[in-house]
Write a protein that binds this ligand. Structure first.
Ligand code: ZN
Length: 154
């Protein structure tokens, strides 16, 4: 007996393993303007994300994390794809990626390497792995790390 594992040949395509073994933008930033972290307890995935934003451009990103190859490679591909673009671009890519995984949409060329995760759409449990870093990014874009949030009066 074995719990049905995803079909590795399809799921763990070469590009996914490459990002997993050699994560792009791994580490941390000296003084990120934005930060968020998140976890996917079902799988044991964790992601911490530093983002540096100037104006409306995402200049630098760095992530730390642990977990399965899907979660970590998705984070690596995300930083590679999003870094250097505008915040609006990031939200657009995020929507395309969510459509790819949640609605089995056709991959948009704008996704780049992220298209490799298309096969994950067939495995709902793994979709959470793939979307973890994006959930964290969404939170990071809403949180600034530079100053404590002042309590709002009334
Ligand atoms: Zn996972």
């Amino acid at each position: 007996m074995s719990i049905a594992e995803p079909q590795f040949d399809e799921l763990y395509r070469e590009v996914i393993l490459d990002h997993y073994r050699k994560p792009r933008n791994a580490g941390s930033l000296g003084s990120p303007t934005h930060f968020a972290e998140g976890a996917n307890p079902v799988c044991g995935d964790e992601i911490q994300l530093d983002v540096s934003i100037e104006g409306d451009v995402i200049c630098e990103m760095a992530f730390r994390g642990q977990g399965c190859s899907i979660s970590q490679s998705s984070a690596s591909m995300m930083t590679e794809r999003i870094c250097g673009g505008t915040i609006a671009d990031a939200h657009r890519i995020m929507q395309l990626f969510e459509a790819l995984l949640l609605e089995s949409a056709e991959p948009d060329p704008a996704l780049g390497d992220l298209e490799a995760l298309q096969g994950v759409a067939k495995f709902p449990v793994r979709v959470k792995c793939a979307l973890l870093s994006w959930k964290v990014l969404k939170e990071a874009l809403e949180n600034t790390n530079t100053e404590p949030i002042a309590p709002q009066g009334g």
